[in-house]
Ligand binder design. Sequence first.
Ligand code: 3PG
Length: 396
Amino acid sequence: RTIDSLGDLAGKRVFVRSDFNVPLDADRNITDDGRIRAALPTLKRLIDAGAKVIVSAHLGRPKGEVKPEFSLAPVAARLTELLAQDVALAGDTVGEDAKARAAALEDGQVLLLENVRFDKREDSKVDADRESLAAEYASLADAFVSDGFGVVHRKQASVYDIAKLLPSAAGELVFKEIDSLSRATQNPERPYTVVLGGSKVSDKIGVIDNLLDKADRLLIGGGMAFTFLKALGYEIGTSLLEADQVDTAASYIERAKANGVTLLLPTDVVVAPEFKADSPASVVSADSIPADQMGLDIGPKSGTAYADAIKDSKTIVWNGPMGVFEFEAFAAGTKAVAQALEDGDGFSIVGGGDSAAAVRNLGFNESKFSHISTGGGASLEFLEGKELPGIAVLED
Ligand code: 3PG
């Protein structure tokens, strides 16, 4: 259901769930505001419609406790700048201050509630707990707009339960995400290439499992590549290894062969003795990683091979960096992949907070990518073909 289905919103109170789970540095400065900017179309639309806008979001995992380091204050300040109008932050999530401020809103004004995860009922496994909190949220508003795509895979009070209590709709961002991600899940234009990185195979099992029946090419990089190299029987030095996933990785290598999926693993690797920005780096063949070295990036030959596979693809999904891109010496693999996506003319989807941050922080031109998803786990679960509770509840 679209925002249109909610009818005339002038003077109405609208409770919006956004995903403002943004990275902060030690001084609590936002280091990547992509998720906040992605929320603007819905917020502007509601402001223009004359609604009284009550926005909710989580930041981190404060586990039901009020902790100042998880306050949404930096987000309220950034929203104030981006919307060019004051966005007040309530002193609590759904307490006296939130209620008083929500009641005092004027048409077109925006209020941000404090971190929903300060209330332990928000992500409780007990339905009645979440429902009681959702009832309190619902008492603040006349309608609900779900726009936090990054959190639609969570069955939580402000994402799921509230939608059962108020006239509800999906916001602009949720629609855009579903539209773009569906280009990969429903009849993707071929060749369809998936590039997976990041540290853990275990985080990506569901998606690899699903894609081995769908993609034409699967390119593996990042820390998870070493578990695959181990499955090939290579020694991997002190590189990251998930010993309990080696058999799974081996079974994926076999299944790729059986299904005719081209599985590319790094053939060369950038290694260093330590996980440090200035640790002396060298390039070695993937089958001869020295015992005292760890792989921290894919090597240049692998980068070129991956870039070639990406450039002649018609649909590309990229999730997870190829190496420790935060350190200049180990950023080349991630840059090669991002550059190939920027240069190619296929439909390119970047998913996962880290790869989206890599695109922005390494200076790539966001507009050259077809879609940069705001979802981490949510976009992976979507690509896995799982039902996402925060979307399913809007369809019921
Ligand atoms: C994310 O960062 O992927 C979303 O904001 C969800 O956060 P969560 O994994 O803490 O639920």
